[in-house]
Design a binder for this molecule. Structure first.
Ligand SMILES: [Zn+2]
Ligand SMILES: [Zn+2]
Length: 138
């Protein structure tokens, strides 16, 4: 799925570069200097937003894959290309054909709690601030 907040950041950055390219050549040196400073500040703010988004990424959850020992977990062969080892290091094999929602890469529900469903409240907050829209679920 597309990451709406990240694409909003990319779009804002492009808009700012385009605006600066149009604006700066026509300005006298003093104004151009001030506008350049504003532009640099806005770019830093966007980089900060992007850094925050790096802590809130969608992590898809998948059901167990069929294995030699447990061939009934999913409809595929145990060596199907859809199967991959759990990146969390549980040793389980998971099946891309059995998506089971998604969680945030960082957010947990209280100290030591379960990971929260995606999109998490932090991501929703960032997205809403960037676009005025709430995230689509999924
Ligand atoms: Zn989060
Ligand atoms: Zn499978």
């Amino acid at each position: 799925m597309t990451d709406d907040a990240r694409s909003a950041v990319t779009r804002l950055r492009e808009e700012m570069i385009e605006a600066a390219n149009k604006l700066l050549p026509g300005l006298d040196p003093v104004r151009a200097f001030a506008a350049g400073g504003l532009h640099a500040s806005a770019m830093k703010a966007l980089a900060g937003v992007e850094a925050a988004l790096g802590h809130h990424e969608r992590v898809g959850l998948y059901g167990n894959a069929s294995t030699e020992g447990e061939p009934g977990n999913c409809p595929h062969d145990p060596d199907s290309d859809l199967h991959f080892e759990d990146p969390d290091g549980s040793g389980e094999w998971l099946c891309e054909g059995r998506p089971e929602g998604a969680v945030c890469s960082s957010c947990v529900d209280g100290e030591g709690g379960e990971r929260v469903d995606w999109p998490c409240p932090e991501y929703e907050g960032i997205l809403k601030a960037l676009t005025g829209k709430a995230a689509g679920h999924g």
